[in-house]
Design a protein around this ligand. Structure first.
Ligand code: AMP
Length: 197
């Protein structure tokens, strides 16, 4: 059983690479952002606690996130393993994961800072041109805040993973198949379980 996490800034391709891995190896893709968005759409009690924070692009408090992650992982529907996308994003969350879940590797999708800013600028411009975006947190202020949270709280975690010898750095500023190949070989994954149709 393989337990991976994916770390990277906005637009680094975390969702895309998670999908590829999960499709080929039957891992379960767990996106914390998706779980929160599901709650927002369905107006749950949890949504009432996190909507404003999310729309402002800030990180949801650790205790709330950990509860969501714990409940999701305890479903134990991940026979072959899981890819956690968007968790951990703070030191406390990383400690939580180390204590309970025997993580195997942390995959860091690295893209140059100027590319991150360019991609964010494109998203802002697209949002303004269309007059709407599919995400409430794709407005300029929230995008800026999300980036700030990433640099302040998430990026420092790389040291932690490096010290534990579990960090896989991947240059993600390349075509999607090339990035995927580096991840597969870096993780030592064999041939895919099944052929894609
Ligand atoms: P994402 O789709 O991963 O960018 O997540 C969207 C939003 O959900 C973030 O901007 C945060 O407000 C919240 N969120 C997702 N994952 C976490 C996390 N691990 N810790 C705190 N907040 C999170």
């Amino acid at each position: 059983m393989d337990k991976f996490i994916l770390i990277g800034p906005q637009g680094s391709g975390k969702g895309t690479q998670s999908d590829l891995l999960c499709n080929d190896y039957d891992f379960v893709h767990i996106s914390i952002g998706d779980i929160f968005r599901w709650n927002l759409t369905n107006h749950t009690k949890l949504a009432a606690r996190v909507t404003r924070i999310m729309n402002e692009g800030r990180l949801v408090p650790d205790d709330i996130v950990e509860e969501v992650v714990r409940k999701r992982l305890e479903e134990h529907d991940w026979n072959y393993g899981f890819v956690l996308d968007g968790f951990p994003r703070t030191r406390a969350q990383a400690e939580y994961l180390f204590e309970g879940w025997n993580l195997d590797r942390a995959i860091y999708l690295e893209i140059p800072d100027h590319v991150v800013y360019e991609r964010v600028a494109v998203r802002v411009a697209q949002g303004q041109a269309q007059g709407f975006t599919k995400r409430a947190d794709d407005n300029p202020e929230a995008l800026k805040m999300r980036l700030q949270e990433y640099y302040e709280k998430t990026l420092p975690l790389l040291d932690l993973f490096e010290k534990k010898g579990m960090l896989l750095r991947v240059n993600a500023f390349r075509p999607i198949p090339d990035v995927y190949e580096s991840i597969r070989s870096g993780l030592g994954l064999g041939a895919p379980l099944k052929k894609k149709s």
